[in-house]
Write a protein that binds this ligand. Structure first.
Ligand code: ADP
Length: 487
């Protein structure tokens, strides 16, 4: 086990780390836009607004902009407007609006206004001039932001030939103090948000990791052999589903464990009984001269056969399940194969009165499968039918053709008996290894509880569809389907 110090960071640590990193990133983006680039954005927006006002005033001179409209423009965009008509160097006031009490524009002398006019005329009808609070001729360096104005001077001529000059005093509200406030607020905000993110990450991760830790603890205790435990079903949907799946897996292990115990009890009983019979009869035949009869010998032969069947069944199943025994696929005729298998039951039919019939097509139906394995499936199903059929000793094997949902031709083999059937509650369990409906293991009820699991493993290895229908009155019908191979 790794030492605590050398361990990778857990879910909680990672969540705290990722949450804070994410929040830090978001804060950086906000800082960039809200603090670093704020001034740039502000200036560009303000310039756009002022240009718009300038255009509106110019076009208004032509279309007759009312005083009210100019007042509204001035207050909406927080700037002062001065509109003068120019005639032979004489300036006549057309309109003036004061929306800003600190306005520099309205404190400018006529000379200063004329100078701005000629500067604008020199630079092609438009000029922006930065002016300090003390006036145009301030030469004591840059004025403080509080007194700073940008006077925009625009010249134009209206449709009736009148020349105009418009001055806009657009104050750029100093942002420095706002930015400083934002900066100091930002550090507190960053700390608070980072702390909240870390706590949120920790709480969120704890909610996920706590049930996982408990599942882990339960699994460790289970590994030491206590299969009676249950995984706690709690937390989020995914962890609840995980616990549910693990509980299902454990219940399956428990069931298999129980079946295995039963098998050991059954198999040891099954092995012991024929062995006792074999050794008992052999000793009698050896010690008592008159007992060396063919009947006694037959008992030994039958018991030895039963023993080898038992061992073979167990070996077959473990080989198929371990994947050692793989289907060797060939194309063969299923009709003749069923007939061949049924022929081996003729002795049973003539001596023990069994009525095993076959209802099939006379035609050849080719299938692609492992013939030996399919013969084993048929044997296991027919043996079960013979063992569990009713007093009329009837077993019917049917072969029928049909098309599946995708239009592929299938042949279905059904083995039906007239026995007591299987309780619906046990139907899904009979395919399990070692499962026997008859728990009071009677020697008379033959079998090891492995036959149907061999059938299931073989048919699954062929990806074949199979099933069973059973009722107390009609007996059981076991069936499987194989794809028909076109000639
Ligand atoms: P077994 O060797 O005990 O027959 P199987 O795996 O072949 O083992 O069958 C499992 C159990 O399913 C049997 O013990 C029996 O209870 C039940 N079963 C199988 N086939 C039939 C059948 N045709 N009719 C009634 N019960 C059956």
């Amino acid at each position: 086990m790794k030492s605590r110090r050398g361990r990778e960071p857990g879910l909680r640590k990672r969540a705290v780390l990722y949450f804070t990193a994410f929040v830090l990133f978001i804060l950086c983006v906000i800082y960039l836009f809200q603090v670093v680039l704020l001034d740039v954005f502000y200036r560009s927006v303000r310039n756009r607004e002022i240009r718009k006002v300038m255009e509106t005033v110019k076009s208004g001179a032509d279309t007759g902009l009312s005083i009210e409209a100019l007042d509204e423009l001035s207050s909406q965009y927080r700037l002062c407007i001065l509109l003068l008509s120019v005639d032979n160097g004489n300036f006549t006031k057309v309109y003036a609006c004061h929306s800003n009490p600190d306005c520099v524009l309205h404190n400018l002398s006529d000379d200063e206004l004329k100078r701005l006019y000629s500067e604008a005329a020199e630079s092609g009808d438009y000029k922006e001039t930065v002016i300090g609070g003390k006036g145009l001729n301030d030469d004591e360096g840059d004025p403080p932001d509080r007194f700073r104005s940008v006077i925009r001077t625009g010249l134009f001529t209206s449709g009736d030939g009148t020349s105009y000059v418009v001055y806009l005093d657009a104050r750029l509200t100093p942002l420095n103090s706002g930015v400083m406030t934002l900066k100091s607020q930002f550090s507190c905000l960053t700390l608070a948000i980072l702390l909240t993110a870390a706590i949120a990450g920790y709480v969120f991760a704890s909610k996920i990791s706590a049930p996982l830790s408990r599942i882990n603890d339960t699994a460790k205790r289970m590994a030491s052999g206590d299969l009676s435990l249950q995984f706690p079903v709690e937390g989020y949907r995914e962890t609840r589903e995980l616990a549910g799946t693990l509980n299902y897996a454990v219940s399956e292990i428990r069931r298999s464990d129980k079946l295995q115990r039963e098998l050991i009890a059954n198999v040891s009983h099954d092995l012991r009984t024929p062995l006792t019979m074999i050794s008992g009869y052999a000793e009698i035949m050896k010690d008592i001269p008159g007992e060396n009869t063919p009947e006694n010998l037959q008992v030994i032969i039958d018991e030895a056969k039963h023993l080898s069947e038992l061992v073979n069944d167990m070996l077959d199943l473990s080989r198929i399940e371990a994947g050692v025994k793989k289907p060797e696929i060939t194309v063969f005729d299923i009709t003749s194969t069923v007939n061949e298998v049924l022929a081996r039951y003729s002795a049973l039919m003539t001596h023990d009165g069994y009525d095993i019939s076959f209802v099939g097509t006379p035609d050849t139906i080719n299938v692609r499968a492992d013939r030996t394995m399919i013969i084993q499936v048929l044997y296991n199903l027919i043996n079960n039918a013979v063992n569990y059929t009713g007093e009329d000793k009837k077993v019917i094997v049917t072969e029928s053709l049909h098309k599946d949902e995708e239009g592929r031709e299938k042949v279905r083999i059904t083995v039906k008996d007239t026995g007591e059937g299987i309780d619906p509650g046990h139907l899904h369990e009979i395919w399990d290894r070692y499962y026997k409906v008859d728990k009071d293991h009677k020697r008379a009820a033959k079998g090891t509880g492995i036959g149907l699991s061999i059938v299931k493993s073989i048919l699954e290895a062929h990806s074949a569809v199979f099933g069973v229908e059973s009722s107390r009155t009609n007996g059981s019908s076991f069936w499987f389907e194989l794809g028909v191979e076109k000639a």
